[in-house]
Design a protein around this ligand. Structure first.
Ligand SMILES: *Cc1c(COP(=O)(O)O)cnc(C)c1O
Ligand code: SF4
Length: 338
């Protein structure tokens, strides 16, 4: 296996040097198939290609089916219409109470502070979400605060995506301070793919910011394949855990990427080496453009049954689906026996 050499840089430089051109990405990986390129150019008009160089350096050169490449390379199949695959499969536009706020579950609510991600995952359920119209402005904090005060059973705020770790530490510190000022808030959860795609983001400044908060901090990273977790990434994740930050992982089950018990088991073991506990394994949300990642129910069942038989219980992520209007993520395995 060969990979292109990439020099470690500050996370900010990586963020300003993301690959957005399908031509450049395919050249770096030595892939000259014309249909791959023309499909990528077409599909990227709907949802742009975006990938950090550090993530590309984990891909195999010359492999058009590389599981990391498949997650980011626009594909002509995205343009096919499919009746079940729609732009807002989770009904998030309806659940949107205030700019940036998404409150669906009792004790916790999502706060979106940015629409930007460091990487564009082709299967993302938010790929059609109108973020830019929906970000909180500075004085929206007062409304968010009033909303939280009116719902005292909310004790956890989740910073979600866009990707909150694309924000500067200064901006994160400001929001941390705001949330800390409310006694009812005990837990801050950060949902981010940046630690896996640009691990340099887990720098000392961020670690000290999180470590010094009154809030209990949980970082939920997003990794789908063990090849995403190189040694450096694992070391940086383990360092967070040593600083008393709980780190969990969520994955999406994706055809062609991680649709085997063997890969999922390897992913769990690799996470465990990095001191990260598997949390959720999501079934694909039926979002328009992602239909080629979909797996049939009996295939999912077969894979998960094998995962259960392979791994110790603590390394098995919960298989769930998000169903619009439900009060929680819906567990998918074994529910029929009750
Ligand atoms: C997934 C999700 C959460 C978090 O759910 P947990 O099961 O606690 O991880 C919260 N709010 C919304 C809107 C979500 O989609
Ligand atoms: S990082 Fe998360 S929110 Fe951003 S595109 Fe990927 S899956 Fe979607």
């Amino acid at each position: 296996m060969t990979n292109f050499i990439y020099q470690e840089q500050k996370w900010q430089s990586q963020m300003s040097d993301l690959i957005t051109s399908p031509t450049e990405l395919l050249e770096l990986l030595n892939l000259s198939e014309q249909d791959l390129l023309s499909g990528a150019l077409l599909a990227s008009e709907q949802f742009k290609l975006r990938v950090p160089r550090a993530f590309v350096s984990k891909m195999q050169i010359g492999n058009p089916l590389d599981p990391l490449l498949l997650q980011v390379l626009p594909h002509h199949l995205e343009l096919e219409e499919h009746i079940e695959f729609i732009t807002d499969p989770l009904g998030e536009e309806q659940a949107n109470q205030l700019p940036g706020v998404l409150h669906k579950y009792q004790s916790r609510f999502l706060l979106t502070l940015t629409g930007a991600c460091a990487i564009h995952c082709r299967y993302c359920f938010r790929r059609h979400f109108p973020y830019q119209e929906n970000l909180p402005k500075n004085d929206d904090w007062l409304n968010i605060r009033d909303y939280l005060l009116s719902k005292p059973h909310i004790n956890e705020v989740i910073l979600s995506g866009g990707d909150p770790l694309t924000l500067s530490n200064r901006k994160l510190a400001l929001w941390l301070e705001r949330l800390e000022s409310l006694n009812q808030i005990q837990i801050l959860r950060i949902h981010s793919r940046v630690p896996v795609t640009i691990s340099e983001r887990l720098d000392e400044a961020l670690v000290s910011l999180l470590k010094n908060s009154r809030l209990r901090i949980i970082l939920v990273v997003h990794s789908n394949h063990p090849a995403e977790l190189d040694d450096l990434t694992c070391r940086r994740l383990a360092n967070l855990v040593q600083q008393d930050i709980l780190v969990l992982n969520q994955s999406v089950l994706l055809k062609g990427v991680n649709d085997s018990a063997e890969i999922l088991a390897e992913l769990s073991h690799r996470l465990f080496q990095a001191r990260v506990m598997p949390y959720y394994l999501h079934v694909l949300d039926k979002v328009k453009g992602a239909q080629h990642f979909d797996l049939e129910a009996n295939k999912i069942d077969q894979i998960y049954t094998e995962v259960l038989a392979t791994l110790p219980g603590y390394l098995v992520p919960k298989l769930v689906r998000e169903i619009a209007g439900e009060q929680n993520k819906t567990p998918l395995y074994g529910v029929t026996i009750f």
